[in-house]
Structure formats: structure tokens, C-alpha cells
Design a binder for this molecule. Structure first.
Ligand code: ADP
Ligand code: MG
Length: 697
């Protein structure tokens, strides 16, 4: 087969030439025949449907008409030329207008001929104008098989060179017969048959020039599937290879500690999701591979208990464990709950943070090295070189987005062979996204809350209801509860935001004065010690109100707090709102979240607030977030670029993600090196234009 045809530089295509080639490269990163082939239409127009001119409505958006050209005029000064074409059908007349690319368009428009015109009508002086419409001779239009016309993305520059959608379509018509038989096979027959996919050539031919709708859909499905399939294939292989290279400690036994705890000390029945996740973890730990697992679960889903059970397994097999949290407060809280769980079993637990005294540190260091200490809980103080374990077998990390990969790697080095790593996060990432694209980590999900949780009552109030909200705060405090009031802090408007925060704080202090009320404030500009002090005042119940920026976002646990007020809630992202709301509803009391906002709300802000009021399900919220923001933003820089698909849309194509994931897993299960796959060519093709680009430079 001759693959070189596909690598032919684009200037050699009929209808391109050096000038258009430059534009195609700079505007669309189309360097070769292959790149053009992969430039897909973004929608299709049904050619068979046209609207009589008299029935055009501006509000309809784009329409298609069938009209005859009456006359063609070029008006204006040389640099500000317009091409004005009037055209009619038997119900009325319209104007077709061009400001750019006149040189290319004009010769294609013939007076007296009938054209199919597609575009967006705007009302102008009693009739309709179409600016820069797509058009084609009616006879040519009719002669084409099928009635779906491809529409390609274009830009002003492209249009100026005659490469509007129609122009692109013409190039594609020149290209297709030249390359079609050289498109290499990508998927095995087995996969094609299993999924009822058209062949690769048929898929390409149909996505550009569809013959009918169903076949078009199948073609798009196949090409979307391929994008997801090859990315997952390469990521999963990478994961498997790393796994195979890294040996892990084998936790062979489920011993006395685990069983004792499970039978006698477990304060409640595990949820189904917790059970499943513990099973997944146990499978890793027994297999002799290195566990590097992300445990995802909504706030309050009971991740700590899963960590505790994993720690017990580690102890039963003669290993030490550590648990690292991003802040001192969180480390403290973890320490307390772990001592609560494990103390009765005679397991030794210590806490190491920046504020632990030197003399106490020394004791901790010693007991770690001689092995008498089983579990060390702490902040990043754990990472210091001085902290040496006798035999660290498991590292648990809470709230992973606060720690970088580099910090995780440091923990790996705390033993001759890396300890198993369990990373816990409450940042909901849509399941399809996490399971398939979370880099080097395997993912477990707790998708169920312990029974008996009272849903948090969430309402949206405008700033004008502030007096009522103040009254509500007073009522909650009278019941002995505590209240959070959170302000946004956005870098670009930092000064203004601080002013809002301080103004808000002052008005709260005025409304809730000493000595009956105590108000804490925490923000990023305070010294860490001052922050820590104020937080502790609130945690210990000495203050009733906590005014703060999002610094309190991460897992602080104050079960007595029953009300969360979020100021300027329209400025927060969905996942942040969800995290903040998760600070309440942790105790036995009915809890509330009030989202305050101004009247002026963008469409997206409205959707965010409505979503928050409608649901407390973190995964539903993250799916919505994915729809609004797109996967790139959600995954942060970690995966940037990798998730730029031409066709696939992770927010909508979850099913195709799963379909391809199943196939990838099956293939790799049969043959990790993909060596036996015979005729099938699994070829990774991510961003082909980038590859070419680097080659040309
Ligand atoms: P998170 O996942 O946010 O870290 P925690 O581990 O702090 O959640 O658990 C939240 C609360 O739920 C804790 O008070 C914990 O004791 C309780 N809990 C955990 N698992 C269960 C369960 N299976 N049944 C009832 N309560 C549970
Ligand atoms: Mg937690």
C-alpha cells in the first residue's frame, strides 16, 4: 500500500496552490492530504428541503432557498467593496451579499441560473439579506447522490481565499478519489464486525459526502470510536507496562487486626460501594503489583473508613502506614478519627505536623525507625528526609489535588520498594472521564452515601433578601449551630473581592456583635498561624460564624455547622460550590445552603445555581460541569492537549468511551503487546498535524 499519497503536501492538491496552502496551514493546520481528509464537516444541511422566500423568518436561523439570479453588482471603493446579488423565486426576492472573497465568488455566479442558497437571513429594508451564504448550482446540487450537504468550519481568512464551506467541499471532492484506496485499515475485522462499523474507507467517504442519514451516523460513530479507542489503548498500555515493571509488596494475609475490627469494632455496616472498593484494593494488594489507586467519593461518602481498612491490611502484613493531608487541621481531624477507630485494637498512631515540638518529633522519628509506631498521620511534614520508616507499606494521601505528582513520588522513596499508594479525593470527576483518562492512576469510585443522610436544603436568594437571611443565621445560632459565610476570591479582581470580604465581615460583626456572638475570619492574606488559630476557634465551637474565602474549601469537618452561605455564588464554578456545600450536613442536624447572588446572571451562572438547587449528587453535578466547561478545564493542565478530539465529545459520548474501553481491555487482556493481532494495524494517531508540523520545521 502506498501511504505516501496521504502524506503529500497539501499544495499539490488540485485547487490549492501555494497561497491557499499557506492559509490552510495557518488557519486549520492542514499540511497534508491526510490532514484535509481529517477535516470533518461540523454539520449537514438537508439539501432536499428549501423554503419559499415569502416564508423566511429571521428568527428561524439559517434556511435554505432555491432562487434564480437576477443581477450581480460590485459596489464601493476598492478596499471596501461589496458584491450584491439579487435573486428570486416565485414568491419573492432576496439579496445575497459578500464583503470578502469577491474575486473568488463573482465568477461562479451566473445570471439566469438557479441556485440553492443556504445562510442566515437578516431583515433589511422590507426584504431579506443573506451575508456570505453558501450556494451551489441547482443542477449540480440535484446531480449529487444523497441530500445531505456537508458544512465545514471556516474563518474570515479562509473565506477571503474562497475557502468557505463550499470551497472546502470542492477541495474534498478533488481529494477523495485520489486518497480513498490508500487510507490504511485501522481496526481489526473482529472489532468492525462486533460493533457493526462501516469500513474505514466507507466511513471517510460518508462523513464527507453522506449518502443517507443512518449510514452517516454509523460513519461518525466509527470515527469517534477510533479517536477514543486509540487514546485509551495507548494510555492503558502505558499503565499496564508501568505496573508490570514496578513490583509491589504482597499483602497476603487478611489477619487478626482486620478481622477483629471488622467483626467487633466496625461502628456500622459498610455501604455497597465501600465494600466494592475495599475488594478492588485487596485485589491490588494481593497481586504483587504496585498499587497506585485513586479513590473518588463525594464528600461524606466514607473514604476514611476505606483508608482505615487498607491500613489494617498493611499492619496485618507487618508493614507501617502513613496518611498525609494537605492542612494541619485536616491532619488533626484524621488523626482523631483514626485513633478512634484503631486505638481500641492497640495500634499505635502518631501525628506529625509543623507544630509538633522538637522533643516529640524525636520520639516519633525513633518509633518509626524501630517499627514500634504503626501509623503516622500528618501534613507534608511527612515528606521530610528525616522521616524514615522501618518498613512503610502503604501511603494514603487525602485530597489529592493539593499535592503534586512530585510529592507523591517522594513518598514512593520512603522504602526500598515503593509503598502502595491510595489517593483520596472528593473532587467529583465524571466517571467516564476518570476511569479512562486519569493518567497513571487506577480509579475506584464510591458512588453511594451512607444511609440516613439528610439532604442539604439548598436555596438561591437575591441580595435583596439579605435581611431575611440574617434572621435565618440568628435562628440557627440560637439553636446552638454554627454558620459559614463564604466570599469569592478571584485573582483578576482580587482587590475588589477583598473589599467585598471585609465589607461583608464588618456588616456581619455589626449585625452579630460581641459579647453574644463571636465571628471568625479566614482568608489567604493572613499568616498561616493566624489562619490556623481562627479555624481552630471555629472548629472547637468558640466562634459561631466563620467568614472566609474559599480557603475552607478542603475537607474541614465541623459537624455542628448547619448553614453555609455563599456570597456572589454566581462567581463560583460548580465543583467549587459543591465542595463548599459539603462543609455542612455532616452532623445530625438538618442543614442548609443559601446561594446569594445579584439579579444579573449569565446563562451559565443560572444553570450552575439551578443545578445546585436541584441536586446534591456530586457526580450529576460534575456531569453538568463537564457540559458547561468541557473536559480540558475539568482535568486541568494534566491532560491538556490529549483530550482535543476532532469528533468525540466527552460530555456527550460517554457511551462510546465505554464501548471502546471494553474493547481496549479485551484486546490487551488477550495480547498486551498487540503482537498477535494479525492483519489489524493499531496505529496511534493523535493530532497528526502536530507530527507533520514538527517534521516540516
Ligand atoms: P469523606 O469521604 O468525605 O472523607 P468520611 O470518611 O469523613 O467521608 O465519612 C463521613 C461520615 O460518615 C463519618 O462520620 C463516618 O464515620 C460516616 N460513615 C462512613 N461510612 C459509613 C457507613 N458505611 N455507614 C454509616 N456511616 C458511615
Ligand atoms: Mg475526608
Amino acid at each position: 500500500m502506498n501511504n505516501d499519497v496521504l502524506n503529500t503536501p497539501i499544495e499539490f492538491l488540485k485547487g490549492v496552490g501555494p497561497k491557499r496552502a499557506d492559509i490552510l496551514k495557518s488557519e486549520l493546520a492542514i499540511y497534508t492530504f491526510r490532514d484535509l481528509l481529517d477535516h470533518f464537516p461540523f454539520r449537514y444541511v438537508d439539501r432536499s428541503k428549501t423554503v419559499p422566500v415569502k416564508n423566511i423568518l429571521e428568527s428561524q436561523g439559517s434556511v435554505q432557498i432555491s432562487v434564480t439570479i437576477k443581477d450581480v453588482k460590485e459596489l464601493g471603493q476598492p478596499r471596501k467593496k461589496r458584491l450584491l446579488v439579487s435573486a428570486y423565486d416565485d414568491s419573492g426576492t432576496v439579496q445575497l451579499v459578500w464583503f470578502k472573497g469577491i474575486k473568488w465568488i463573482k465568477p461562479t455566479i451566473k445570471i439566469g441560473h438557479q441556485y440553492v442558497v443556504f445562510g442566515k437571513p437578516t431583515s433589511y429594508g422590507g426584504s431579506f439579506n443573506f451575508n456570505h451564504p453558501e450556494m451551489e448550482l441547482e443542477e449540480k446540487n440535484k446531480s449529487k447522490i444523497g441530500n445531505l450537504q456537508p458544512v465545514y468550519h471556516s474563518t474570515e481568512k479562509l473565506t477571503a481565499f474562497g475557502l468557505h464551506s463550499k470551497g472546502m467541499e470542492n477541495l474534498m471532492r478533488n481529494l477523495m478519489p485520489q486518497v480513498l484506496k490508500y487510507i490504511p485499515q485501522t481496526l481489526s475485522n473482529k472489532i468492525e464486525q462486533k460493533n457493526h462499523f462501516p469500513s474505514i474507507n466507507q466511513a471517510y467517504e460518508n462523513i464527507h459526502f453522506p449518502k443517507e442519514k443512518l449510514f452517516l451516523q454509523k460513519s461518525i460513530l466509527r470515527l469517534k470510536y477510533e479517536e477514543l479507542f486509540f487514546l485509551q489503548l495507548s494510555m492503558t498500555r502505558q499503565k499496564i507496562n508501568t505496573r508490570n515493571k514496578l513490583k509491589g509488596f504482597i499483602f497476603k494475609y487478611v489477619g487478626d487486626n482486620f478481622n477483629d475490627f471488622f467483626k467487633k469494632h466496625l461502628p456500622f455496616e459498610l455501604t455497597g460501594a465501600q465494600k466494592r472498593v475495599v475488594k478492588e484494593i485487596r485485589k491490588d494488594l494481593g497481586a504483587g503489583v504496585h498499587m497506585n489507586r485513586l479513590l473518588q467519593g463525594d464528600v461524606g461518602s466514607g473514604k476514611t473508613l476505606v483508608a482505615v481498612l487498607t491500613i489494617l491490611l498493611s499492619i496485618d502484613n507487618g508493614f507501617q502506614s502513613c496518611l498525609m493531608a494537605p492542612t494541619e487541621i485536616l491532619a488533626n481531624q484524621h488523626y482523631k478519627s483514626i485513633v478512634n477507630f484503631l486505638g481500641p485494637l492497640g495500634i499505635k498512631v502518631s501525628l506529625l505536623t509543623g507544630s509538633v515540638k522538637k522533643s516529640d518529633r524525636k520520639i516519633i522519628h525513633e518509633s518509626l525507625e524501630n517499627g514500634s509506631l504503626n501509623v503516622l498521620v500528618g501534613t507534608h511534614a511527612l515528606l521530610e528526609d528525616k522521616v524514615k520508616f522501618k518498613n512503610l507499606g502503604l501511603a494514603v494521601i487525602d485530597e489529592q489535588h493539593r499535592f503534586g505528582v512530585a510529592q507523591r513520588a517522594k513518598l514512593w522513596k520512603k522504602n526500598t520498594q515503593p509503598p502502595h499508594v491510595l489517593v483520596m479525593t472528593a473532587t467529583p470527576i465524571p466517571r467516564t472521564l476518570a476511569m479512562t483518562f486519569y493518567g497513571d492512576l487506577d480509579v475506584s469510585v464510591i458512588d453511594e452515601l451512607p444511609p440516613g443522610r439528610k439532604p442539604i436544603n439548598t436555596t438561591h436568594k437575591f441580595d435583596s433578601s439579605r435581611l431575611k437571611v440574617f434572621q435565618f443565621i440568628e435562628d440557627e445560632i440560637k439553636k446552638g449551630h454554627q454558620v459559614y459565610i463564604v466570599y469569592p476570591l478571584i485573582e483578576e479582581s482580587e482587590k475588589l473581592d477583598y473589599k467585598d470580604l471585609m465589607d461583608g465581615y464588618e456588616s456581619i460583626v455589626r449585625r452579630f456583635p460581641l459579647p453574644n456572638y463571636q465571628v471568625s475570619i479566614v482568608h489567604g492574606k493572613m499568616k498561616p498561624e493566624a489562619k490556623e488559630y481562627e479555624m481552630n476557634q471555629f472548629v472547637s465551637g468558640k466562634t459561631q460564624i466563620m467568614v472566609a474565602t474559599t480557603v475552607i474549601e478542603v475537607g474541614v469537618d465541623v459537624p455542628n455547622a448547619s448553614l453555609m452561605i455563599i456570597e456572589s455564588a454566581e462567581k463560583f464554578g460548580l465543583s467549587q460550590l459543591h465542595q463548599l456545600r459539603g462543609r455542612v450536613g455532616r452532623g445530625a442536624e438538618k442543614s442548609y445552603c443559601i446561594l446569594m447572588s445579584g439579579y444579573k446572571l449569565s446563562k451559565e451562572a443560572k444553570i450552575r445555581l439551578e443545578t445546585m438547587v436541584r441536586t446534591t449528587d456530586g457526580f450529576e453535578i460534575s456531569e453538568q460541569d463537564l457540559k458547561i466547561r468541557g473536559p480540558g478545564d475539568i482535568m486541568g493542565t494534566q491532560q491538556s492537549g490529549v483530550l482535543d478530539f476532532k469528533l468525540a465529545d466527552l460530555a456527550r459520548d460517554g457511551q462510546i468511551v465505554q464501548l471502546s474501553k471494553i474493547d481496549v481491555d479485551q484486546i490487551l487482556k488477550e495480547d498486551v503487546n498487540i503482537s498477535k493481532s494479525g492483519k489489524c494495524i493499531y496505529k496511534k494517531r493523535i493530532n497528526p498535524s502536530n507530527e507533520i508540523k514538527t517534521k516540516l520545521e
